[in-house]
Design a protein around this ligand. Structure first.
Ligand code: ADP
Ligand code: MG
Length: 378
C-alpha cells in the first residue's frame, strides 16, 4: 500500500521520525531524574498531501483498509480511536497544549509507514507522533521549536491516546543526532546531545527482543510508581531525584526493606546516568560497560522488574564478550540491549539465541541499531 493507492494522487511532502532505545536511566523519568536515550535507524514515514478544505484524513500501511476522517473543527479526543489517535491527537494537542490557532488552517491527507517494530519497547508511538508533529508545525507554519513539539507529542499520547507516558520518547525522536545520545533532565527538561562515538570505537548496540509480552507491565509499573512516591513522601522530598547516593544509609533506617530497595534503584540509577554521561565524554563508550551491567543488576534485584529471559540475554551477552548489557524499557518483558564489538556481533547474537533454545524460551529477535538523526523532512 502507498499514499497513491489510498488517496489517488502523489503526496506533496514526506516527514520521518525514529523510534528510540534507552541507553540507561530506567524508571527515573517519573522521579524527576535523568535518562539517556538515543534515536534509532528505524523510522516512521508520514507522507502528506495538502488539501484545500479543513478535512484531515489518515491511513496507515498497518491497516490500509481503513481511512479515518475528521475535520479541524471536530478535533477532540472523544472522536479519536485506535491507532489514528496517534496522528489526529497531534493536531488537537498543537491547539490545546501549544496554543496554535488552527481556525484558518487547511487539512491534510496523511499516510503512515513504519519499520519501527510495534510494541517492542522501541517507541513506534513516539515515531508517529514526532514525524506528524514536525510536519504539521512546518506545513501550518506554527514556528514551534522541537522541545515544544516533544511536549505536544507527550500531551497527545497522555490525553488523546490515553497512555500515561513521560517525555523521554518524544525528546529522543525529535532531538536525536547521529551516533549520539540525548541527555534529558526530566525535571527541568534541559537536554544535551552527547557523543556516543560507537562508530569510531568499532562498537554496535544489539537489541535482543525477548518477545515476552509485558504481561504485568500495567500493574507492575503502577506499583513501582507508588513505591517511589511513598519513598519520597517518607523521606520528605518532592521526588527521588532529590535523594543522593550519600543519603541512602539514612533512607535505609526510615524505610521498609522493599521501599528502600525501590528507592535505591532510582537513586543509584540517576547517578549511573550522570556517570555514563561523564564517562562517554572523558573515556568513550568502551568504558560504560560496567555501568550498564550495574543498571541491569539494580533493576533485577532492587527494582525487581526483570524476567528470566532478560536476565539470560544479559548474562549470555556479557559471557560472550559484550562490553555491557542491560534490559531496557519498563520491564516485565520486552528487550535488552548489549554493547558489542562489531566483529563479535554475530557470535553474541548466536550465543543468545542458543541459550534461549536450551532454556526452552521462545526464539528472541536480535538486531543491530545505530544512533540516528531525529525527526526530519525527507
Ligand atoms: P511502542 O511505542 O513501544 O511501540 P505503544 O503501545 O506505545 O508501543 O505504541 C504502539 C501503538 O502505536 C500501536 O498499537 C498502534 O496503535 C500505533 N502504531 C505504531 N506504529 C504504527 C503504524 N505504522 N501505523 C499505525 N499505528 C501505529
Ligand atoms: Mg510507545
Amino acid at each position: 500500500m502507498t499514499f497513491q493507492q489510498v488517496y489517488g494522487y502523489e503526496p506533496t511532502v514526506r516527514y520521518s521520525a525514529p523510534g528510540r532505545v534507552n541507553l540507561i536511566g530506567e524508571h527515573t523519568d517519573y522521579n524527576d531524574g535523568y535518562v539517556l536515550p538515543f534515536a534509532i535507524d528505524r523510522r516512521t514515514v508520514a507522507s502528506i498531501g495538502q488539501r484545500d478544505d479543513r478535512v484531515l484524513r489518515v491511513a496507515s500501511a498497518f491497516d490500509p483498509s481503513s481511512v479515518v476522517e475528521l475535520t479541524l473543527d471536530e478535533l477532540d479526543p472523544s472522536r479519536m480511536h485506535g491507532w489514528s489517535a496517534y496522528v489526529l491527537g497531534i493536531a488537537w494537542a498543537l491547539r490545546e497544549q501549544a496554543g496554535a490557532d488552527l481556525s484558518d488552517k487547511r487539512g491534510f491527507d496523511v499516510f503512515i509507514e513504519s519499520d519501527v517494530p510495534v510494541g517492542a519497547g522501541l517507541s513506534s508511538s513516539a515515531a508517529i507522533e514526532c514525524g506528524v508533529a514536525l510536519a504539521f508545525n512546518d506545513l501550518w507554519e506554527l514556528g514551534l521549536d522541537r522541545k515544544t513539539l516533544a511536549r505536544v507529542g507527550q500531551y497527545s499520547e497522555n490525553h488523546a491516546v490515553g497512555a500515561p507516558t513521560g517525555i523521554m520518547d518524544q525528546s529522543a525522536s525529535l532531538l536525536g543526532e547521529q551516533d549520539a545520545v540525548v541527555f534529558l533532565d526530566c525535571r527541568t527538561l534541559d537536554t544535551a546531545v552527547v557523543d556516543l562515538a560507537l562508530e569510531a570505537n568499532g562498537l554496535e548496540v544489539l537489541v535482543i527482543d525477548t518477545r515476552v509480552e509485558h504481561a504485568h507491565a500495567t500493574g507492575g509499573y503502577k506499583a513501582r510508581r507508588e513505591s517511589c512516591e511513598r519513598g519520597a513522601r517518607i523521606l520528605g522530598v518532592e521526588a527521588l531525584r532529590d535523594v543522593s547516593v550519600e543519603d541512602l544509609p539514612r533512607a535505609e533506617e526510615r524505610l521498609d526493606d522493599e521501599t528502600f530497595r525501590r528507592v535505591r534503584h532510582i537513586v543509584t540509577e540517576d547517578q549511573r546516568v550522570l556517570d555514563t554521561v561523564r564517562t562517554l565524554r572523558e573515556d568513550g563508550p568502551r568504558a560504560i560497560g560496567s555501568l550498564l551491567v550495574a543498571s541491569h543488576e539494580s533493576m533485577r534485584d532492587d527494582f525487581e522488574i526483570s524476567v528470566p529471559e532478560l536476565d539470560l540475554a544479559v548474562a549470555t551477552a556479557v559471557e560472550h564478550g559484550a562490553v555491557g548489557a542491560r534490559m531496557t524499557g519498563g520491564g516485565f518483558g520486552g528487550a535488552a540491549i548489549a554493547l558489542v564489538d562489531r566483529e563479535a556481533r554475530g557470535a553474541i547474537a548466536d550465543a543468545v539465541t542458543s541459550a534461549f533454545a536450551a532454556a526452552g524460551y521462545r526464539e528472541p529477535t536480535v538486531f543491530t541499531v545505530h544512533a540516528a538523526q531525529g525527526a526530519r523532512r525527507d
